[in-house]
Design a protein around this ligand. Sequence first.
Ligand code: ZN
Length: 433
Amino acid sequence: MKDYTKIADHYLKRLYPITRSITGDGNRKTLRILKEIVPIEIKEYPSGQRVYDWTIPKEWNVRDAWIKNSRGMKIIDFKNSNLHLVGYSIPVHKQLDLKTIKKHLHYLESLPNAIPYRTSYYKEDWGFCLTYDDYHKYFDGSDSFEVFIDSDLKDGSLTVGEFLIPGKSDQEYLISTYICHPSLANDNLSGLILTTFLAKELIKKDLNHSYRIIWVPETIGAISYCANNEIAMKKIQAGFVITCIAGPGPYGYKESFDPKHPINKIIEQVFDENNIDLLKYPFDPHGSDERQYSSQGFRINMASITKDKYYEYAYYHTSLDDLDFVKAEYINESLNIYFKVIDKLDKNLVFANRIQNCEVMLGKYGLYSETGGGQLPNGDTLTELDMILWLLFCCDGVVSLFEIAERLKTDLGILYGVASMLEKEGILERIHV
Ligand code: ZN
């Protein structure tokens, strides 16, 4: 796989300043930029559409927002950081005293130099976020404040990106990432850039499965996508929510809801093979868009590989999750890991032995030594012949290659190679499940 470090750095810098939210032009602009990498199809779902228990909200766009003190000095300016404004703030222009404005200010005493990230999607409200240091500096009892928010909330649409990669089978895996966070680098600029590079690499491969790759606003976007693509989504067995993948901290993975699903074991194997320590976060119903995809109606096994997982790092949802925190080289490193995981997952096929009554006459296919009497089982080392015999014994159209590899304690990739050879000989046939 090519090295994506340089190009990741380019897109981190270009996309970081854009004001993204659950709707709005920032999301369209982000997807249009990502379209330079792969031809993402941009889709719009209208405000007001009922999507299961939810309704797609009005579209939010913001041009400017600030607070001035009584001397006319801008003490908070959205143009310096889009995190200053609470996401989905309604338009406001008024003069307020300290007591009133305080109800609309958010800061973190525990991280006094960080601007927190806050939103108010479903309650019409407004607010500003600032560092605790600035709060002390600029907000004292004697002053009055002019508040200005030039935003609008109108009927519009919610924007998603979709890219489908067909493989030999129409059985799909889902790769989903979220695009609704403004200037936060690990959560989730890292994820949406990595996902796009992953799409670009997957197109080059001769894939067995098909891949449905989507860029959606978290929660409402994932719900809207499920509601608008219900038939396809209900056929998906597994996939990834790509998030928080390029911090300086440790790698981790959030297990899918079924701990026995191959996706979990394959992730652990890849980290093991690459000698990288891995924290394991067992499934729980909190988290990201697996909350929708793994819900009862869909039950898709979704895993996430993370490097500084959401909730777990000190700078989470603050302005310190920035381009100093995230590194392009970590995006490249994590991309390689995802690529290896998907490579294995893609090779996890189900085959059936076409000759079920008694043994296959391997000599006929040049797969057995013509000199009889010399074949002995070779202890612990699996020869190619051992693998052939095991595959013919196990491949019943139900058991997967992953399960056979586990039983034989051998590498799925090598077993896949042998199974593919038997498929070419017409002995095994692929079962599309
Ligand atoms: Zn987040």
